[in-house]
Design a binder for this molecule. Structure first.
Ligand code: PEP
Length: 257
């Protein structure tokens, strides 16, 4: 059985005070909730403060990005070593906003994934097609190519912690969620790819999140689908009450409490 996993991506939002307040609210609502694995990814400067609030819970704290080099002359960047030293659990890799605004390439994504695995993080590898690619009927090829390129050269042992987030770019921050059927169809393609490349039991064990305008109102329909194992939540992860609803409805949809 794959444990459902819901992670909040706070993106470039919140001040220190606001982040602590949000973390406290999440702790209050989800601190003892066990049917779903929960994580939050604050901006770098806020990570330790959020960890302090969540330290006596199972809620994991992650980073939204990192550099693939160990250390060195990379002004403005943050290394895996730094994140490890402060106890970060998840690292989001290849988010479409990184690919779009910061020129992140498939090659860079693969290198980051390698570093994240070497340091023992739980990598959340984001893949997804743009609207133009979907309208041209290329969505399956685009996503499979992103997967092939990111996972090239790794073994299933190396990848055992991996989480994939299928995030259609046209659904991120737009209010246009993929229908459960559309999402399930891509999730099953992703799982088939993993099974073919790394073996059936590995492919079956990997959790695939959906991301793109996830809300309390649409999460249940998504989560009842066979290959949807959780969500990567942007906008609604900034509201403690709505984020907690998303988490708890995910648990219920999968038969938990
Ligand atoms: C995201 O940024 O990963 C995301 C899914 O954002 P939103 O939920 O706001 O669409």
């Amino acid at each position: 059985m794959r444990k459902p996993v819901v992670v909040g991506n706070w993106k470039m939002n919140l001040t220190l005070g606001q982040a602590v307040l949000l973390a406290r609210e999440i702790r209050l609502r989800l601190g003892t909730y066990d049917s779903v694995e929960v994580g939050v990814c604050p901006p770098f400067p806020l990570i330790t403060a959020v960890q302090a609030v969540l330290s006596d819970t199972k809620i994991g704290v992650g980073a939204q990005n990192m550099h693939y080099e160990r250390n060195g002359a990379f002004t403005g960047e943050v290394s895996a070593e730094m994140l490890k030293s402060i106890g970060v659990k998840y690292v989001i890799i290849g988010h479409s906003e990184r690919r779009k605004y910061f020129g992140e390439t498939d090659e860079g994504v693969r290198k980051k994934l390698g570093t994240a695995l070497d340091y023992g993080f739980v990598p959340i590898l984001c893949v997804g097609e743009t609207l133009e690619e979907r309208e041209a009927g290329k969505e399956n090829d685009v996503v499979v190519k992103q997967m092939e390129s990111a996972l090239e050269g790794f073994s299933s042992t190396h990848l055992h912690n991996l989480i994939i987030a299928y995030e259609p770019v046209w659904a991120i921050g737009t209010g246009k969620t993929a229908t459960p059927e559309t999402a399930q169809s891509m999730h099953s393609i992703i799982r088939e790819f993993l099974m073919k490349k790394f073996g059936a039991s590995f492919g079956y064990s990997i959790r695939i999140q959906y991301g793109g305008s996830v809300r309390p109102e649409n999460i249940s329909g998504l989560m009842v689908k066979e290959d949807i194992d959780g969500a990567l939540v942007g906008g609604d992860s900034l509201n403690g009450e709505r984020f907690a609803e998303i988490v708890m409805r995910s648990g219920t949809a999968k038969g938990g409490k």
